[in-house]
Design a protein around this ligand. Structure first.
Ligand code: HEM
Ligand code: NAG
Ligand code: NAG
Ligand code: NAG
Length: 499
């Protein structure tokens, strides 16, 4: 469009440079917060590249260099501010959404308006359904959750007498997708290959489309989206699979009202009960199911896979969990929510993995939608981002004894020592423990996630032995900017339990 006329291309580049310089001059008013790396125009791109390659190193360096005072890091498009004192983290989580916005930060990274549609991107009615209805039903659903877990493990990971090498992330994701889908849409769809495949690939396609659209100027986004995005196809296919089920349930709702014998008790039904207006359309409901899966499936799979690597690298962690699970199951007479609550070592192990590794190095990321000033005078200009970091929280010795040591029973021991049952559980959020965020937007699915991951770990330790080709070495994690993913290709050895 522009490229056929070199003059207009030069004019465009010139204009871009002028705007960039003006922005930089404006930004120089706010030098009160030190920057890690160069701040000059274009040179700051060096900082952005370094942040993409080594966010962990930069965040640790900033933490040491500025001793807990706020600092900022250049990214490709904005300044990323990092705060770390408890007082500022508390102000960050309390800041209203029309000042420091959670949704705007997510929106910008994932281009939700395109990847989910404008109506959906701004309607979060599924959040209270997850936080309240799903959580309230965990007791009633625990035997279904366990049933799907044991079936899915049997189908995805053989329990033979000799070792079998299994691709870890891929297999765990299958199991998580099936288990979550059992609670989201029920049998038999939760075992439908096509449905599972879409549930898993939707997430990666949204993220890829988001990255692509991030690089395209605003007016071209709709076109690029239409040309390259597979998101619409996923929604269409999910719609086709779900529509007969939704229409059948709608007939029941018309006939019987709010309740009828054998009314399904799953996410789809809770969403149908809560949806209003346009959201009651089968296609909107299908998209909503994909969105819930988006939040649930990759997060839980990555978290569990990381824990699996730590267990396989350290077979000595196995027996204490096995003993605990067997004792609890014997005392409680089988799998239940109550039994899971008594599995302190399993809880502690998963919690420590999330503290030590987790899925990211930044927490509580918010976009400043207007200028924002913290109580200590730290000024965040409109358009920039604020977070706190793993180094500033999970890495602090005020919060954790030997924070850079992986101690699987850290939280179980704290529970025994202090008698504080609730505080040291995996689902508890605090300034010291941020893998699920904190405050208003803290992950509403964490009660379900903890329940599911604990059931999976408990089942795994009583069913299998696990090992790595190279004992002691956890397969290297993969970093993309501040994202931390467990190794995506490593294999773990499984065999039928002997001990
Ligand atoms: C181990 C697994 C999981 C991890 C580590 C995780 C982590 C997170 C984090 C860090 C946030 C943002 C919090 C913030 O910035 O303050 C979040 C939000 C969210 N999570 Fe999770 N999550 C997990 C599993 C789940 C599951 C299973 C579901 C659904 C059943 C879910 C649904 C959501 C939703 C809907 C939000 C957005 C909340 C909002 O808009 O206010 N998550 N999660
Ligand atoms: C859970 O199960 C109990 C007993 O089976 C039942 O009385 C209760 O209504 C159920 N709760 C929900 C939310 O389905
Ligand atoms: C976490 O534990 C602390 C201390 O027991 C408690 O005050 C707080 O309410 C808990 N938070 C949540 C979200 O459960
Ligand atoms: C994943 O782990 C394997 C060893 O199991 C290693 O060879 C590979 O380099 C790791 N991948 C990355 C991206 O670090």
């Amino acid at each position: 469009m522009f490229a056929d006329s070199p003059t207009s291309l030069y004019a465009l580049v010139l204009l871009g440079t002028v705007v960039y310089l003006l922005n930089w001059l404006k930004g120089s008013k706010y030098k009160s917060v030190p920057a890690l790396g160069p701040t000059a125009p274009l040179l700051s791109y060096w900082g952005a590249i370094r942040f993409f390659l080594d966010a962990q190193g930069m965040l640790q360096e900033g933490q040491l260099k500025y001793g807990g005072r706020p600092f900022r890091i250049a990214t490709r498009r904005y300044w990323q501010y990092i705060v770390s004192s408890p007082k500022l983290i508390d102000e960050l989580r309390r800041a209203p959404d029309d000042e420091l916005s959670f949704l705007d930060a997510v929106n910008e990274a994932l281009e939700l308006e395109y990847t989910m549609g404008p109506a959906t991107a701004n309607n979060l009615y599924h959040v209270p359904v997850i936080r309240n209805t799903l959580t309230r039903n965990l007791g009633n659903l625990s035997s279904e959750i366990y049933d799907e877990i044991s079936n899915a493990f049997a189908d995805c990971i053989p329990a033979r007498d000799e070792w079998v090498a299994v691709p870890a992330l891929q297999s765990i994701m299958q199991i998580v997708a099936r288990t979550s889908s059992r609670i989201f849409v029920g049998l038999p769809l939760c075992r439908n290959r096509e449905f599972l495949e879409i549930s898993m690939t939707y997430t990666t396609d949204v993220v890829k489309t988001g990255l692509l659209l991030n690089m395209v100027p605003g007016p071209l986004k709709p076109i690029v989206n239409r040309l390259f995005s597979k998101v619409e196809q996923h929604i269409d296919r999910t719609h086709a699979l779900l529509r007969p089920i939704i229409e059948e349930r709608q007939r029941m709702m018309e006939q019987f009202g709010d309740d009828w014998p054998d009314k399904p008790n799953d996410m789809l039904q809770w969403l149908m009960d809560a949806a209003e207006g346009q959201e009651r359309e089968p296609r909107a409901l299908a998209l909503r199911i994909l969105i819930v899966g988006f939040a649930a499936i990759h997060t839980s799979s990555m978290s569990f896979t990381q824990a699996l690597y730590y267990l396989a690298a350290h077979p000595e962690y196995m027996q204490p969990m096995r003993d605990e699970v067997e004792a609890v199951l014997a005392a409680e007479g089988g799998w239940s929510k109550g039994a899971l609550q008594k599995m302190r070592k399993v809880d502690s192990f998963l919690k420590e993995c999330q503290r030590y590794e987790g899925l990211g190095m930044l927490f509580l990321t918010r976009k400043a939608v207007k200028d924002f000033t913290f109580s200590d005078g730290t000024f965040i200009p409109k358009g920039s981002y604020v977070s706190t970091s793993r180094a500033a929280t999970h890495g602090q010795s005020e919060y954790y004894r030997d924070p850079y040591v992986f101690d699987p029973w850290r939280f179980a021991n704290l529970r025994d020592e202090t008698g504080e049952g609730v505080k040291h559980q995996m689902v508890n959020t605090s300034i010291e423990y941020l893998p699920f965020g904190l405050g208003k937007h803290a992950c509403p699915g964490r009660f379900f996630a903890a329940n599911e991951l604990k059931s999976m770990m408990a089942h795994l330790v009583v069913t299998y032995d696990v090992a790595l080709d190279m004992p002691g070495e956890v397969p290297r994690s993969v970093h993309f900017g501040p994202i931390n993913s467990p190794n995506r290709t490593a294999k773990v050895l499984f065999r039928k339990r002997r001990g």
